[in-house]
Write a protein that binds this ligand. Sequence first.
Ligand code: ADP
Ligand code: MG
Length: 364
Amino acid sequence: MTTIELVQVSKKFGTLEVIPPLDLKIETGEFVVFVGPSGSGKTTLLRIIAGLETASSGQILLGGKDVIKLPSAKREMAMVFQSYALYPHLTVGQNIGFPLKMAGVARAEREARVIKIAETLNLSPYLDRRPSALSGGQRQRVAIGRAIIREPRAFLFDEPLSNLDAALRATMRLEIMELHHKFNATMIFVTHDQVEAMTMADRIVILNQGRIEQTGSPMELFTHPVNQFVAGFLGLPRMNFIGGEFAKSYGVKTIGIRPESIALSSGPAAIDHPKFSVEVGVIERLGADSFAHISDSSLGKMTMRLEGDSPIRYGDRIMIELNPEQFYRFNAEGLTIGSPIIRPITSVHEGVVTTINNKKRKRL
Ligand code: ADP
Ligand code: MG
């Protein structure tokens, strides 16, 4: 496994610059997720790292060595795509062992390695089946197996879970995280899904129009977004934004408040907590939580978290209370002003380092 470093890497398609020069360093064994809306340059960046696309400028260092001139095969990266691209006429075992066959590895060793990989991926019972007789998740695991067997220097995943149903996506998320730990693998995982980014990443890289908006651990980005784009991108339901006179009264262009920071008001509010009577629209019940869509003439439309079994119903009028300590504040350029007093990240201050599996926990 290896470090991956991008130095002033950029990409133009014709005259259109889709990735302005950017820098990024990924440590050995790190699980980095590139997340951003469609068209933000995630796939292009991954393909440049893999050597499937040429950069217009800059350097790519693998383990400190510039590989920009190396063809894809020589970079020894494993890529797993959304479409699994399995060979339909080969069995699971043959699919997994295919890269070794291409590399001229002897049959006995090939089979031994296929058996081992199949065990890791819970595919042992299916080795003789054809891909058409597998479920979507099993096919995805075969594709991963085929990628792993070459013992690559890094794994690159491009939206590998997008074709799966919701339950399977959740399972596969866990399996890929488990693999990351088992192999202590350097992984880059591309997704447009902020839930995948939040749940899987050691570190998230948020892309927008080919630029890195912010990088950091999921909770760092969630609690301390540098701008309104990041604040609105991470978190489900997304952060509420309030502009107009209300924001002006706090001396800013926009105020952001997360759905879970809006409180039901019972009794008198704290002196500096503004109170509002709001109308309740549709309520989404998720079981443990409910999310109510509320509106008010001065605040606009917002989403707030309620208890799962909250008796509040569509059409009700309720009193809510906002705690200014939990406001995110944005200026006219959309940059975060100051830092909100929401759940400070204690580990940054403590600098906790524990040793698990001989692998040093990274300092945040
Ligand atoms: P993402 O994976 O984040 O959805 P992409 O990396 O696929 O984004 O695309 C980034 C931008 O580059 C988009 O505006 C896309 O239209 C453009 N683009 C990607 N590939 C090409 C290409 N081969 N030719 C021209 N433009 C391209
Ligand atoms: Mg893409």
